[in-house]
Design a protein around this ligand. Sequence first.
Ligand SMILES: [Zn+2]
Ligand SMILES: [Zn+2]
Length: 337
Amino acid sequence: MKAMILRGISPVENEPLKMEEIPDPSPGPQQILVRISACGICHTELDEIEGRLPPRLPMVLGHQIVGRVEGLGLGATKFVLGDRVGIAWIHSACGKCHFCKRGNENLCLEFRGTGCHAHGGYAQFTVVSEDFAYLIPERFSDAQATPLLCAGAIGYRDLILSGIQKGQTLGLFGFGASAHIVIQLARYWGCNVFVFTRGETHRNLAKKLGASWASGPEDDPPGKVHCAIDFTPVGETVPRALRILEKGGRLVLAVIRKRNPIPPLDYAKLLWDEKEIKSVANVTRKDAQEFLSLAAEIPIIPEVQEFKLEEANQALILLKQGRIQGAGVLRIQDESE
Ligand SMILES: [Zn+2]
Ligand SMILES: [Zn+2]
């Protein structure tokens, strides 16, 4: 099969992903073989490529995978050939540790990430345990469904962990793939949303999707926010978000890694009054499943910008520059094929 392979850590501008021909994977016991049609791109891939979250090497990146079941391993019974399935960031968890037993498999001591510890979706085929794949609701195209699997499922987790209540005001810092899905959920729950982002096009999209106010990260909104979610890869956003957070409010940090340090925080001005900061780690199967159903019901239809598999480096460079509208998706095979 064809795959875009990462063999060494490097700035993404050096275009480190190379197209190679490698053997097709074959499904082990309780695994399924998936013929991939589309795979979303994510900031986490930039963290992997540039060494902030080093993957096992060599690695096929990509953890927002949509494709069709093409083969069944010994004892795999949950799907039939041809089923359209999705694979998310959680590739496996042990099921036995104290985190797994309490439903926090995202914190599992043996957590394995798709496209980080096991080959992912920048390729024509992949394999995964049948317990870690999800049926994709019919109303989404393959490309539309990909961002639901990370940007969407983790965004859903971010929103739940923020503790936001119906009718409250939510602040979103950064407006990429995840935020543009989260705003639709928040609006569905009757929340008022302020968006802080630099790009004019991102601000316009935010307003189109229901933000009552959208401006730059340094600008003062018309009021305080009860909860905030920071999707940006930079540290400076943290004190800015805390400054406009209501007493007793919570700031959720949605990224796996920040590109630069969080500046020192003035305790009296920014943290006192029972303000909280919480990070979000990974995603559970329950998050992915619940969110896929909810997205189909609302519905949330992500905006996608498509690229070819061999354009993965260029797509990731655009992502780093904040120049992708909605979610970037690698098209691996046409849906008609
Ligand atoms: Zn992701
Ligand atoms: Zn575990």
